[in-house]
Ligand binder design. Sequence first.
Ligand code: ADP
Length: 635
Amino acid sequence: MQDGWIYRMIKTAPEKKGTKGKKYIYIICFLAFCVMVFAGIVYSVTSQTLKQQMGNKCLGIAYAVAALLEEDPDGYKAFIQSLDTESDYYIRTKAIIEKIRFGNLDNVVFLYSEIRVSEDEMMYLFDGEKADAETFSPPGTQEPLTAARRAAYESRGAHIGDFAAEVWGTLLSAYAPVFNRTTGEFLGIVGADVSIEHYNAVMQKQFTLILGSAMIMLLMCYSIIRLNREKTRSDEENFSKSSFLARMSHEMRTPLNAIIGLSEVELQNDLPQNMRVSLEKIYNSGSHLLGIINDLLDISKIESGTFELAPVNYSVANLIDDTVQFNSVRIGTKPVTLELSLDEKTPRGLYGDEMRIKQILNNLLSNAVKYTEKGKVTLELDWERNNGLIFTVRDTGIGIKKENLDKLFSEYYRVENRENRYIEGTGLGLSITKNLVELMGGTITVESEPGKGSAFTVKLRQGIVDETPIGSETVEKLRSFQFAERRSARGKKLVRTQMPHCKVLIVDDVPTNLDVAKGLLRPYGLVIDTAAGGREAVEKIREEKTRYDVVFMDHMMPEMDGIEATRVIRSEIGTEYARTVPIIALTANALRGSEEMFLSNGFDAFISKPIDIMQLDVALQRWLGNRHSGAEAAL
Ligand code: ADP
């Protein structure tokens, strides 16, 4: 199936190429530039702040030492004159400096006091080196002034600055002035040097961090732009693919409507056996092809991410009724019974995507029927407050081997064995089912035993609209399979209610479609009129020569399409009859969302082509139910 022409066509639907490549390169370059500038600013601000912090810490220490020296300005002065390392003053001050140095000075390499001896030179009084407590420079050592020192001497205030020296590496120095507290005389300065190596290590870390974050930011921007670009491109592709799919769907359904519809109409007549067999084959092949087209449309929409759920308020009883009606016919002449087991406490009205839940149940039930030759197929419905609806479809069929259970939900997977060799299938049903269940936030599980049967369980949380339990009466009614009996009165066929007083108008521009619709409606004994286009239908409704009880309106017609015709009927003719006559869209435009589109455009209901006779029957019962005579004809 993967290589089928329909699949290939959908996969290779026309693509639009993006034209924005260059623009994105410029954007990326600009962003890279911005990130670099940003990194630079952050680096320099951090560096300044860090230096300031370190400098302030050193300055605090220098001030503390200066304050100690200021306590004895005379001793300080006397020491400068003698520079005697044996003096009391020197020993006491050295001890204090040592104490401060070891107590507080993380990373401080040097702590010293000095005086200026000339325009360009200073002289050490005390000089403590962190590395070794005993390596105080001898008092009197002289050195040229650094710029920061010069500034400290000249301003007689605090100063911070860094300098590099071959021996000590790069240092950050902080200078505090020393004054005679009584006379205010400027005596000298105290310096504290911190190793810039530590600061460099911190900055290196910071820089790596900043650059790393900048790179991540850049990568993120790049990814966002790429994703955005991909999204724009895939939106464009999806748009063209969706419209392509809509066109293809319409084009394929129109001939299929003729194949399925006309064979269905002919099968209602008495036919020679060989002709009946051939027609049944045509009918079955057409229906099979329609199923494949529907599956491919669903898979393609799921893959392209354009699949949308359409939740509505719905009645649980109707959901079960429709599902049972639909599936009881599938059993045909097989010795298989379809049974129902319903939880009476299930709330009557729920909120969820009813149509897709039906599709899930139909997929599971049709598999159960398909893979069960005799025995029974059971649809169980349980309600749990926490889990919501729990459906189990159980069968007594061929079952599935343990090793194949995991692969069941993959696209195009079919178990290859003797038992199902002749059973037709694409291997898409369970994959679509799983996708649908997961899109609704639910789960699907399977248990099976070869030769004994299988059980597929689906859990779906639903909103509650009407909490009243469906109750035993409804459950009994549903279990009695009224409709199934009506259908089974004549095998694969439906028993039509006679409606001879009802008048219908069929609007379609394709004569074959008119033939199909007429043929399918004829067994109801209706009065049937036709119109070959929207304009003719509008005129017939305006003239009111016949008051139709229901109008079946095609969508795509030349000159005036079904939507425009309905708009004119509803809003321009102006009579009560035109405003209220039931108009049912009968169209090959069967993509998701079509029903909502028709209902919001003045239509009362929607039937897709190829016409499903059960859907048609339900619509006739609903719109003409109270007008007919009640007689029934088994055909
Ligand atoms: P298919 O169109 O082949 O039925 P599905 O995706 O619906 O595709 O199922 C995939 C495969 O899972 C089937 O080919 C069949 O082998 C197996 N399978 C599904 N349901 C049942 C079942 N109720 N009993 C036995 N086998 C089943």
